[in-house]
Design a binder for this molecule. Structure first.
Ligand SMILES: [Zn+2]
Length: 119
């Protein structure tokens, strides 16, 4: 069995044509491979840093507002009241909620908006 295959490939880093011995070789040289690796690592670092920045900028309340279904804790956050009060409003029927199970009470975001519509 011979492994002496030669394929013409384009280096994914320097974009020069080169002769590869396998069909999966991506780079013409070790130099290009390590440079490409460095590039990838740098990009990942930048991405991670950007993601962290976005997370800091976004206030939790904005995330809550964007949700369609809210937990009781989030309802309390939106209404600026205590969790106990939120539970009271749900129990008294002021806020319609669905109880999916223990600690799985969910309130539709639109139910919160409804509270303020008639006023
Ligand atoms: Zn190359």
């Amino acid at each position: 069995m011979s492994s002496k295959i030669e394929v013409q490939r384009i280096c994914q880093y320097c974009e020069q044509e080169f002769t590869a011995r396998t069909t999966v070789t991506k780079y013409c040289s070790h130099k290009c491979a390590s440079r490409a690796y460095k590039d990838r690592t740098r990009k990942k670092k930048i991405q991670k840093s950007n993601a962290e920045t976005t997370q800091i900028i976004k206030q939790p309340i904005e995330i809550v507002k964007a949700k369609e279904f809210l937990t009781v804790r989030e309802v309390a956050q939106l209404l600026n009241c205590s969790i106990r009060s939120a539970y009271y409003y749900i129990k008294s029927g002021t806020i319609s909620a669905v109880n999916l199970g223990e600690r799985m009470t969910r309130v539709k975001r639109s139910e919160i908006d409804k509270l303020f519509k008639d006023n």
